[in-house]
Design a protein. Structure first.
Length: 764
């Protein structure tokens, strides 16, 4: 029998704990933004955590994240070169924090024992850094480049062998318990340092769980950094390998990089055993005196049964290995550079070396929208939230600019006035220690090559981008409005907003709407809600519009329909952008567009009308607040300014961040008014008035004659400042503000008459 494995007694909790504290400090000093994603309890239930490997420093991060999330201590495996000097302080440190050399003669049994005692294990099955991120070959098989062998090889099966052997041991323990073999159980208990048999049995009741995980960095940068420059000064010339690593990995650490660590779906080794293998395991387990026998007998099995069992373990290990590699890369966090790079490499495969800007932008955008709908896809926050990519179809995107700068710096893409030109260097072969610097586009593309769904989405988006359908784009743009609502709602439903949200009573559906008539007139009406409200305020009118043959679109203004805390963070320019984007959506469905808005929505409609969009046929503005009945509105800028000073000095909420509101429609409007939001409304009104003279298309102004909120003279002010010939002012007998919602004095029909009259003119 082989020598009994060590008990990993060098592990020191005190050293591990201060290492965690040190890393916590370093994390705050560095510019890498680390986010652990786990939504199925994997971090608690997992035993063996497997990560892809792209940089040196990430070797230490998974252990820290797992400990931070669960309090569990992690063992890990490192290359034996780190342990070359057995008496060095570094080797002693590695031993004390649970790092075991990969060639340890009892590696499997040491790790299995650690798992049985409630610890976790972190392994990098690729065996080394994969700088090119190329993990599958041309046949779709998972393989990586081995620096030592200078060949491409399959990823290691060690993690799978560990899991299968440990699961076999657990099965043997449970079978011995079932048969009442207390002597054998006690022997295993003593060997594994359990205080009593019940502890061993409890440990073996838990299913062994492998958790494949992915670490994705974004963005990559190849410009110089202080680490590289300092090292070059001190060393008088670095090796190619060292300079490349300082360049790429120094930028990751120092230049605001997102590090998404995502845990994939768990894999359970117990699912791989066949029935007859359970019988075989029960037959040989009485002869397995110690835990290591479930791993090390495989080299020289002393019976036909052990030989069969050994073969089963290694056959299953290969299947488990293939499955966890799939799971590892399915957990990749997809970003815009992945999409742009995959598009470029697809074009090159088609023999296309340049593309129109608009086609490329549309293809990138449409790819995002397709990928969002893929089950199991994981999107970087800049692709999950439309606020980051909403103008990508027009070529306006910080993330796109970042990618183009990277590709330009590497001399991979040249930009002309209307086209992107792909350089031959994109197809060149680069050494393993050069490719991250010389061809980051290929690196990005390689990283998502295992994602079959992404490749399909890329090909479809490229085809669609070449023959863009404005209705399809409009559908995507509206989907972004709905998605933005859900993102904002989720953000402002967090616990820290519970107090302000508890005061709210709105129950009506606040989501944006897009309604189609059974028989279309060929026109669309963009209907904008008011301050503190949501699309629910104008949805009834929208439904009436469809009965008259109009497409009705109701945008949700930023900050509305979610939480007063959301509105407190918004600016009126965002509201204007919401209206502009909705006009673009309307153009996708109809050649003729009208704008109508209530209260603040009316002010926004008039402001956008002053920009004279070509598709616009006219604007109807209802109860627009130029003057207010409440004279305290004059003090809003002053109080808002005091709030800002108070926040600056004390880091608190301010003197009075919210005012109480008693809404006419409690199921729609906020009950708390952010002072910041009121100040933005006043700024909108001030910006609007000098723009009224610029409006060139017909305008109809409606105002309640005894409005308790908006001073009725507001309508006259607007009417007088309009210089367009076709303008109408009508006062509606009413003692309430919400005349559009309430359809006071048949206001809906008056608006329909306005739209019908001017649609006839537009279509003549």
């Amino acid at each position: 029998m082989e020598e009994k494995p060590e008990s990993a007694s060098d592990f020191k909790i005190s050293t591990y704990d201060w290492s965690v504290r040190l890393f916590r400090i370093l994390k705050k000093l560095l510019s890498v933004n680390i986010k652990l994603h786990h939504d199925a309890g994997q971090v608690e239930s997992g035993d063996i955590f497997l990560f892809n490997h792209f940089s040196r420093f990430e070797t230490f991060i998974p252990q820290y994240l797992i400990h931070e999330a669960t309090g569990s201590y992690c063992y890990s495996v490192a290359h034996a070169d780190f342990f070359a000097n057995e008496d060095s302080a570094f080797t002693n440190y590695l031993n004390s924090v649970g790092v075991i050399p990969h060639n340890h003669p009892q590696l499997f049994s040491l790790l299995a024992k650690a798992i049985l005692h409630g610890h976790k294990v972190v392994i990098f099955p690729e065996g080394g850094m994969v700088k090119d991120r190329s993990v599958i070959d041309e046949h779709g098989h998972y393989k990586v480049y081995s620096r030592s062998a200078d060949v491409r090889r399959k990823q290691h099966t060690g993690s799978a062998v560990l899991a299968m052997g440990l699961d076999a041991f657990k099965s043997a323990v449970n079978h011995a318990d079932k048969k009442g073999k207390r002597e054998q159980l006690q022997h295993w208990c003593d060997q594994l340092d359990f205080a009593h048999v019940d502890q061993l049995l409890e440990a073996c009741q838990r299913p062994t769980e492998i958790v494949p995980a992915n670490i994705t960095f974004y963005p990559l940068r190849i410009n110089d950094n202080i680490l590289l420059r300092g090292s070059e000064l001190l060393s008088k010339g670095l090796s190619l390998r060292a300079s490349e690593e300082l360049l790429i990995e120094g930028n990751i650490l120092l230049k605001d990089t997102d590090m998404d660590v995502r845990l994939g779906n768990p894999i359970h080794p117990a699912d791989y055993w066949r029935w007859w293998e359970h019988v075989l395991s029960r037959h040989i387990s009485p002869k397995m005196d110690e835990l290591e026998d479930f791993f090390y007998f495989t080299e020289h099995p002393d019976s036909i049964y052990k030989k069969l069992f050994s073969r089963s373990i290694y056959q299953h290990a290969a299947k488990v290995r293939d499955d966890y590699m799939v799971g590892m890369y399915e957990a990749t966090t997809v970003n815009l550079s992945h999409i742009a790079s995959a598009l470029i490499m697809q074009l090159l495969r088609e023999g296309v070396f340049d593309i129109d800007h608009d086609v490329f932008h549309h293809a990138c955008y449409l790819a995002i929208k397709r990928i969002q709908k893929q089950p199991g896809a994981h999107l970087h926050r800049t692709l999950a939230n439309p606020i980051f990519y909403k103008d990508l179809a027009k070529g306006n995107s910080k993330e796109l600019e970042q990618f183009l700068e990277l590709a330009g710096l590497a001399q991979l893409i040249r930009l002309s006035e209307t086209r992107y030109h792909f350089q031959p260097k994109l197809l060149d072969e680069h050494a393993f220690d050069e490719i991250r610097r010389e061809n980051p586009v290929a690196v990005y593309s390689n990283e998502v090559a295992p994602l079959r769904y992404l490749q399909i989405c890329i090909q479809a988006a490229l085809s669609e981008g070449r023959h863009i359908d404005k209705k399809q784009l409009a559908t995507c743009f509206f989907d972004d409005q709905v998605l933005a609502y859900h993102n904002d709602k989720a953000k402002f439903s967090q616990d820290k907003y519970l107090d302000i949200n508890a005061k709210e009573s709105a129950t009506a559906d606040p989501a944006p709407f897009l309604l189609f008539p059974q028989k279309e007139t060929g026109a669309a009406i963009v209907t904008v809600h008011g301050f503190l409200a949501s699309p629910a305020e104008v949805r009834g009118f929208g439904q009436y519009l469809t009965q008259q043959g109009y497409i009705a679109i109701g945008p949700r203004l930023a900050g509305h329909g979610t939480s007063p805390a959301d509105l407190r963070e918004r600016h009126y320019e965002e509201w204007l952008d919401d209206v502009r984007r909705t006009i673009t959506i309307a153009q996708g469905y109809a050649d003729h567009v009208f704008l109508t808005g209530f209260s603040t929505g009316g002010a926004l409609a008039l402001h956008v009308a002053s920009e004279n969009p070509g598709c616009l046929c006219g604007t109807a503005a209802v109860s627009v607040p130029i003057r207010f009945q409440d004279k305290a509105m004059m003090l809003v800028p002053l109080v808002h300014g005091v709030n800002q000073i108070a926040q600056l000095l004390s880091f608190r909420e301010g003197v009075k961040p919210y005012l109480d509101n008693v809404p006419e429609h409690a199921n729609i409007n906020y009950r708390s008014i952010p002072l910041h939001g009121l100040n933005e409304l006043r700024k909108l009104i001030a910006d609007l008035q000098p723009r009224l003279k610029l409006i060139e298309k017909p305008v109809s102004v409606f105002q309640g004659d005894r409005d308790p909120v908006v001073a009725p003279e507001s309508a006259q002010i607007i009417y007088d400042q309009l210089q367009v010939n076709d303008k109408v002012l009508e006062l509606i007998p009413s003692e309430t503000h919400g005349i559009l919602f309430q359809n006071t004095n048949m206001l809906h029909d008056k608006l329909i008459a306005f739209f019908n009259n001017h649609l006839k003119v537009a279509t003549q």
